[in-house]
Design a protein around this ligand. Sequence first.
Ligand code: AMP
Ligand code: FE
Ligand code: FE
Ligand code: ZN
Length: 277
Amino acid sequence: MIDLHCHSTYSDGTFSPSKLLEYAEKRGVEVLALTDHDTVDGLHDFFSHETSVERVAGTELSIDYDSGTFHLVGLFLDYKEKRLNETLDFLKNARRTRNEKIVAAVSGLLGRKVTLEDVSDGNEGELGRPHIAKYLIKCKVVSTMQEAFDKYLAKGQPLYVDKARLGFDEAAEIIYGAGGIAVLAHPASLRLSDEELVPFLGDLKERGLDAIEVFCSEIKPDRWPFYHGIAEKLGLGVSGGSDFHGDNKLKIALGTGPDTLNTPYSVYQALKELTQR
Ligand code: AMP
Ligand code: FE
Ligand code: FE
Ligand code: ZN
């Protein structure tokens, strides 16, 4: 079993990289990719531990396109590469400015001054909306993460602030520049109909997309053959990942996701070959 998509305390996961590796060993995950949002900062930590788990250096980038946003995972990265790091620094700065705006709005909501330190609660990684959601739970404004997003943090809600994103072409170029491959994360989140999905992915493929996640928590097993078929038809590789966030997404386990994932080692081998372009 492999897992090519998960988050640590360096973004909005609740497990440190070393805890992720320990947990991966315990659960029989043979290959693990760390794919924190808009950062590779956790990878130094991730690669510094003794473990039997094979590790893949990754990140998850937010991408703007004509009718919305999607997530693009970069895998097999040379995570010290200069342009990748410069771009991620830009995104991190933009995220910090955004977080300050969100926290100002939270202060308005609660009628008292709230700081980024209050929200981060000791977390040294990049803050995201899940951290704000947890703070709203702590302040008893809402009782669940879902309620926090639905009432306050989702697009169109009072605490939503837009964030800086890359375009697909730039993101793909940066991933290739760092020796990696570009993988569309959880394609069901595009919310495209089956008819719309094929031309959309065909266009991304022409512009450099390497693979799509098929074995992921957001796609039910009965739909895997459909996504697998599209990948085959378009000549795209196939990836698998749980999108594990620790306690921030309680129903998703490392390796197995909502219990159904068990991505085989051969998926990792096939993706690794795509780096040899
Ligand atoms: P951000 O990058 O700060 O915009 O935060 C986006 C992250 O929030 C996503 O990657 C998810 O981890 C999380 N998220 C988005 N929507 C929800 C939701 N409805 N419930 C829980 N977590 C969510
Ligand atoms: Fe996340
Ligand atoms: Fe994602
Ligand atoms: Zn993710």
